[in-house]
Design a protein around this ligand. Structure first.
Ligand SMILES: NC(=O)c1ccc[n+]([C@@H]2O[C@H](COP(=O)([O-])OP(=O)(O)OC[C@H]3O[C@@H](n4cnc5c(N)ncnc54)[C@H](O)[C@@H]3O)[C@@H](O)[C@H]2O)c1
Length: 275
């Protein structure tokens, strides 16, 4: 039987490029997205271009029932899922004194609880595949953070934590878990994040000075822009190969070295300096 890939947020940007990568590997593809029309259209285009079976479905990862229906639909159509990628993530900029509790709750619900909902709903289908692979889209901004992105970066750290936990938890079942750290991509991310906001929270994704403050705090942030297709190159192979971490593009060695050095120093001090 042909392998099956399921990608949330698969109708646009990075998710669409991953869906195409899966189709190029000969996998049948399910495109899940809040934008159901676009999910349908992208799935049809993949089926035509790669000769695989593909379908799109409107799903809101903030709605558990919607995610459960999607998993049931994939189960009826294909019986199992070999690769599930939880890729949805919304963005909302603000300084810490302007971000409201409701904004925090919305963003964490979509990005973090949404990822957990997807993992929970699709796990039974991954268990039926021989070597199930679960992947999560985090962000390189957790490797080298910038200001005004506390809600987003906190959510992406949590997605990373979720992935690390599930990697340990699901290893005995032979299910591999990868976490992907894309850097800046030329996508519709700000536009689709705004479209996804619930009506009572609707506001521009960023205030007037948020981008300037972000760039000032971390000039590297916008230095390594890539197309989603460039960023996705090789990612499907890495997930299938059970790579724990995938950094798609960019330059983070100095930021990672600094963090590692400071963490090691703290751990050495905690151990009484005897490490
Ligand atoms: N664009 C960047 O610079 C960048 C950088 C690092 C990480 N990322 C991450 O990559 C992932 C994909 O982002 P992208 O840049 O391809 O954006 P995109 O806007 O092109 O695609 C995101 C898709 O997710 C869908 N979506 C939004 N809310 C949803 C919901 N509640 N339920 C289901 N679908 C929903 C949108 O309709 C859209 O089709 C996100 O997790 C994002 O945080 C993006």
């Amino acid at each position: 039987m042909t392998d099956v890939a399921v990608i949330t947020g698969g109708a646009s940007g990075f998710g669409r490029a991953i869906a195409e990568g899966c189709a190029a590997h000969g996998m049948n593809v399910v495109v899940l997205d809040l934008d159901g029309d676009r999910a349908d259209a992208e799935a049809s285009a993949l089926a035509a271009a790669y000769g695989v079976e593909a379908f799109g479905l409107r799903v809101d990862v903030a709605d558990g029932a919607s995610v459960d229906v999607a998993a049931a639909t994939v189960g009826i159509r294909f019986g199992k899922a070999h690769l599930v990628m939880s890729n949805v993530g919304v963005q909302l900029f603000a300084s810490i004194d302007r971000a409201t509790d409701d904004e925090w709750r919305w963003l964490l619900d979509v990005n973090v609880v949404g990822s957990a909902r997807v993992a929970r709903a699709f796990l039974p289908l991954l268990r039926r595949a021989e070597r199930g692979r679960l992947a999560f889209t985090s962000s390189s901004s957790v490797l080298d953070p910038a200001s005004r992105m506390s809600m987003y970066q906190a959510s992406k750290f949590a997605v990373w934590g979720l992935a690390e936990t599930l990697r340990v938890e699901l290893a005995p079942e032979g299910i591999g878990v990868s976490v992907i750290f894309p850097s800046g991509m030329l996508s519709r991310h700000l536009e689709t994040s705004e479209a996804a906001q619930p009506a009572h929270l609707r506001r521009p994704i960023a205030g007037d000075d948020d981008f300037a403050a972000m760039h000032e705090s971390n000039p590297m942030m916008a230095q390594f822009l890539a197309t989603p297709e460039e960023a996705a190159a090789g990612v499907v192979d890495a997930i299938l190969g059970d790579r724990r971490y995938v950094v798609t593009h960019g330059e983070f060695l100095e930021a990672l070295d600094t963090r590692e050095r400071e963490l090691r120093t703290a751990a050495i001090q905690a151990a009484g300096g005897n490490l």
